[in-house]
Design a protein around this ligand. Sequence first.
Ligand SMILES: O=C(O)C(=O)[C@@H](O)CO
Ligand SMILES: [Mg+2]
Length: 293
Amino acid sequence: MRADPIVPFTPGGRERAAPGSCLPPRLTFVQDIPMPRFAANLSTLFTDRPLEERFKAAAACGFIQFPYALLPERVGDLVAMNGLELAVFNAPPGDWAAGERGLAALPGREEEFRDSIELALTYTDLTDCFRLHVMAGVVEDEDLWPEALDTYTANLAWAAERCAEEDVKVVIEAINTGDMPGYFLQRPDDAVQVLEAVDHDNLALLYDLYHAQIIQGGLTDFIETHLENIAHIQVAQVPGRHEPDQGGEINWPYLFTLLDAHGYSGWIGCEYLPRTTTEAGLRWARDFGLSAP
Ligand SMILES: O=C(O)C(=O)[C@@H](O)CO
Ligand SMILES: [Mg+2]
């Protein structure tokens, strides 16, 4: 399904870590597992260009949040023309400018929610994208949480079923409330509970290591316990949400090796805010042996 070549994140020439080099002692190194595949988030990277031009600039990095400023046919063309694979994008989040961050947990908005999924499916169809992030929404008032949870699980069950017809996996992501105040799905452990409540095999986790580190921590344990339910991963350093380099508290070589050792074969979405330019910031990729410019 992946279009080749993937530039500039092609793992070509990347050296395998020596057995045991930065693996936790309880893991056994397996030679033939794939190395992580990195994808660029075109809503946070290459933002010095208009959206249409970011496709070319990223040249096959494969991740975008909200493509709705462009018609689905145009997004499909840009993906195809640039040899990209679209790893994941978000269903329409409601009125973003007014502070909305998804519709799935908002009681009374069910019809709009279903329409938003149908719209998203026109994009997944024309772009051959097989993962859709469905955002929960902002629910500030804690008294409304029980009703919001019922709405959320019912909407997700519907979306998982509907998207399964199109071979598109629905993913949900816990987002820390410092970055997104009032966001309904805050902790990765909450996301697991939602997954269990909905109990649909077309629903999975988007594990964003930046949010997870801030709001819950325990990245290793979570990965080791829940990897089979993780369909997409996103990365950014803490603090600052910048490049996944050595300038913060998350140890990327350790985590990427851990994912590798457990056989994670999905995409790792580069959803960070470059400290300067995207190109200059891609030095971190070289640190991981990738062919960044
Ligand atoms: O904010 C994040 O983190 C995301 O991954 C987005 O999908 C939502 O803005
Ligand atoms: Mg994210």
